[in-house]
Ligand binder design. Structure first.
Ligand SMILES: [Zn+2]
Length: 123
């Protein structure tokens, strides 16, 4: 049983949803970009099934996009809250857009991890 802090840390580090020790992704780094979302079939530590048929379902890209969008909105809201008083919204908007574009590989990986944790039903 995990507490919420451990769960969030495991999501950020891309660890197994069951044991929290095995890596979900084949490559620890997001590079090469073409394989950044490739997951292992089973957890190397506990054997929990990570890859499922639902992972390649047509809705996965849409689901990951929605999660990336939600993370970006949260990021925009944080920047807007910081810069609201000095009336520099355009700079905040351009800065946060650039940051979100630069962080896109990590955001996509984080989104897929959240998808695996929240939406996929494991046996
Ligand atoms: Zn595991």
């Amino acid at each position: 049983m995990f507490d919420i802090k451990t769960k969030v840390l495991n999501i950020l580090r891309g660890k197994c949803p069951k044991c929290g020790k095995g890596n979900i992704y084949i490559h620890k780094s997001v590079f090469p970009l073409s394989k950044m979302l490739t997951t292992v079939d089973d957890c190397p530590v506990c054997g929990h099934k990570i890859k499922s048929g639902e992972e390649n379902a047509p809705g996965i890209n849409y689901a990951v996009s929605v999660i990336v969008y939600a993370i970006a909105v949260i990021f925009y809201a944080c920047v807007w809250g910081i810069t609201y008083q000095d009336n520099s919204f355009i700079y905040a908007f351009l800065f946060s857009t650039a940051v979100v574009i630069l962080l896109q590989p990590w955001l996509m990986r984080l989104s897929k991890t959240i998808y695996i944790y929240v939406l996929l039903k494991f046996k």
